[in-house]
Ligand binder design. Structure first.
Ligand code: ADP
Ligand code: MG
Length: 685
């Protein structure tokens, strides 16, 4: 049975190598891919009209009998086929250009479904290049019904795809899609069976069947997703009977007491959840999500302290060099006074220095290692890894997280993200992790005031920047996002830097920061900005995460329309970190209403949870967190946001499944097929 579905598409009747190559371009390689190539939308051609009532300019469907037909050849390169058809109300002319084969399909007296665009002129009704099908055939698939419209390309026509799918789904010598869901679940949640669902998603009997089919297929996806994630979670827990940290000792207490502030209630609660996990024999798999500036770093530091005082090493992985450097500084200021040894491992160390640090890590001479992707390279060996922290999870894939984890014998894992999402979603997206949220910001933060300005107001914006720097404040200017490459991005930043330092910001100490600078130059510039010698930092999104300069109270974002909402919010999180009022100015000349609406959300709220939710609504989940990046399968039909009710049902069903090993065994093949081997393997250890 399974072999059939994984069969190469090329061997289906009517396909062959050429068409197969075209299908491959649509991501269709096997029969199973084909039947999961779901329609993008539908055209309802099931509403039949009388010819006399057909509307000029609309695509309509009607039923009529062929009265006559003929070809003509008015010019050498032009063949016109005309047919006259009739129903009880009137006559219509069907016209095709250069489709001589149409004539062969026609017979006088034949009963047709006709779908096409109506043109009324001089009391005549004409239909140009219509789709026709005989009414008597029970497999009319292009007219007289709700017709699927597929994602397709130039070389593959809708009609050919429809025919192919029809043949595979209804042809005698093809297999029927097999049921994947347990019968008990189908009954309990009143779901359509799998074959009917697939048939109806492609060729809906009516709108109700279509809705039921879609419901069932969305349920299936979300259910398999939930099952897979729960499976991973369980698997992780099972293997993790390893590190049991002791109750808080001297180091943790000392750091807590030395903090110049009290933890917020949310920070306390999250810390208690982490502490409980770490003191448990099972390994921690926890995500901490909290808005920018909510104070996640100190929470990570306390967790690292806990593992260190238990005699383990802690690792912290950040997505960029700048952020790693920043964490290194912050953690140093906390740990060095306590005699804890730290090291920074990034990709840009000299060979000798790197070897040196690697040896120190291996022999256990350093306690806390901070780094970028350089941490997960093969030659990095830890002595006794007790805790792995990854910051800004949305930048790392699940696989990378797993790789770092595998460097220890089941260390505790703490993941931090500043792109918070509502709890229902978090439980799904991060279904293999426990989730803690910090919703509260430290006290005394003034909300950032955000404005949108067009280029007409640009001079006034920069005058404001100049005036504020004169008062001792500092500012960021973010240059427009260019997707092409880091090199082009760096050029754009350089151009903006030159323009501003020769223009609006003449006489003000400015710095330029982009991804193409040498490491030591980056460090030098950041150091000058921290010290306040540089007043305005003109930068690319390299400053997006982590940079913490409380005296910086202004941010100007050029070409704001090019950024995503969540990204703008991240950028904005660089200001509003002190007690002074901060201002964010989004420069944009966009005329597009959607974009305006998107930017306006930022002027209305500072709540990262609300913003992520809006972003999700406007852009859809795929673009929002890039499921691919997470190494998770794409949802083909379900929408995590729109289908929340189905998601909740699917979760209940998954819980039910997990309550018994027999049920779990039943669903395992479907889950592993859906997730793919590599994803599950990453967690096998
Ligand atoms: P993020 O969650 O974005 O990583 P950080 O950990 O960088 O936030 O914290 C932002 C700033 O807030 C830092 O300067 C940090 O010292 C400060 N901070 C953290 N917790 C508190 C608190 N409870 N009270 C006051 N300031 C705090
Ligand atoms: Mg942070």
């Amino acid at each position: 049975m399974h072999e059939f579905w994984s069969k190469n598409i090329q061997f289906i009747k009517g396909v062959g190598p050429t068409k197969a190559a075209l299908l491959n371009k649509l991501g269709i390689f096997t029969i199973s891919d084909l039947i999961e190539h779901y329609p993008r939308r539908y055209e309802d051609r099931s509403q039949l009209k009388l010819i006399s009532l057909l509307n000029d300019g609309l695509v309509e469907t009607f039923q009529a009998k062929v009265v006559s037909f003929a070809d003509s050849k008015p010019r050498p390169n032009l063949i016109i086929t005309k047919a006259v058809v009739q129903d009880t109300s009137g006559i219509a002319n069907l016209v095709w250009f250069n489709q001589p084969y149409k004539k062969k399909a026609l017979r006088i007296g034949m009963n047709l479904f006709v779908s096409g665009k109506i043109q009324r002129k001089f009391y005549q009704c004409e239909v140009l290049n219509p789709d026709i099908e005989t009414v008597d055939a029970d497999d009319h698939i292009n007219t007289g019904r709700i017709v699927p419209i597929y994602p397709a390309n130039e070389s593959i026509s809708q009609k050919w795809l429809r025919l192919l799918l029809w043949q595979v789904l209804t042809g005698d010598h093809y297999n029927r899609p097999i049921e994947t869901l347990p019968q008990a679940i189908i009954e309990q949640y009143n779901l359509m069976d799998r074959y009917d669902s697939i048939l109806n998603i492609h060729f809906p009997k009516d709108q109700i069947s279509l809705a039921k089919a879609r419901h069932r297929l969305a349920f299936e996806e979300l259910y398999l997703l939930q099952c897979g994630l729960s499976y991973l979670k369980q698997k992780n827990k099972q293997k993790c009977l390893g590190i049991k940290h002791a109750a808080d000792g001297e180091l943790v207490k000392k750091i807590l007491h030395s903090l110049p502030f009290d933890l917020t209630n949310d920070q306390r609660r999250v810390l208690a959840e982490i502490t409980a996990d770490m003191e448990d024999t099972l390994s921690m798999q926890r995500l901490v999500q909290g808005d920018v500036g909510s104070g996640k770093t100190i929470i990570a530091a306390l967790a690292l302290a806990k593992t260190v005082e238990n005699g383990f090493q802690g690792a912290m992985m950040a997505p960029t060099e700048i952020l790693a450097e920043q964490h290194y500084q912050t953690l140093n200021s906390i740990f060095i006074p306590c005699g804890v040894k730290t090291a920074l491992l990034t990709g840009k160390l000299s060979r000798r220095k790197r070897q040196d640090i690697l040896l120190q890590i291996k022999t256990g001479q350093v306690d806390i290692i901070i780094g970028t992707h350089a941490l997960i390279q093969d030659d990095v060996e830890f002595n006794r890894l007790g805790l792995v922290v990854t910051d800004e999870q949305h930048r790392f894939g699940v696989l990378q997280r797993a790789r770092l984890q595998l460097k220890g014998t089941m260390p505790d894992v703490l993941v931090m993200t500043a792109t918070p999402i509502p709890r229902t979603l978090a439980l799904t997206v991060y279904g293999d992790l426990d989730v803690s949220s910090i919703r509260q910001l430290p006290p005394g933060r003034k909300p950032i005031r955000t404005f949108i300005r067009g280029s007409a107001g640009r001079k006034r914006v920069y005058d404001f920047v100049a005036a504020e720097t004169a008062k001792g404040r500092q500012a960021y200017v973010v240059c427009p996002l260019v997707e092409e490459s880091e090199k082009i991005q760096a050029q754009a930043a350089t151009t903006l830097y030159e323009e501003l330092t020769q223009g609006y910001l003449r006489n003000i100490p400015c710095g330029l920061l982009h991804g193409k600078l040498a490491n030591k130059d980056k460090e030098a510039i950041m150091a000058e900005f921290y010290s306040g010698r540089i007043k305005v930092l003109i930068a690319t999104t390299v400053i997006e995460v982590g940079v913490n300069v409380p005296n910086a109270t202004i941010m100007v974002i050029e070409g704001a329309e090019r950024f995503g909402l969540a990204q703008l919010h991240q950028l904005r999180g660089r200001i509003g970190r002190g007690t002074k009022l901060s201002y964010c100015i989004l420069l944009s000349d966009t005329k597009n209403d959607d974009t305006r609406e998107r930017l306006t959300i930022l002027t209305e709220t500072n709540d990262g949870f609300a913003i992520s939710e809006e972003d999700l609504k406007l852009r859809g989940p795929g673009q929002f967190w890039g499921t691919r990046q997470h190494g998770m399968p794409d949802l083909k039909i379900a929408s995590i946001l729109r289908d929340t009710p189905i998601l909740l049902e699917a979760r209940k069903a998954a819980e039910w499944t997990f309550a018994s090993p027999e049920r779990l065994e039943l669903i395992r093949p479907a889950v592993s097929k859906w997730f793919g081997e590599s994803y599950l393997m990453a967690f096998q250890g």
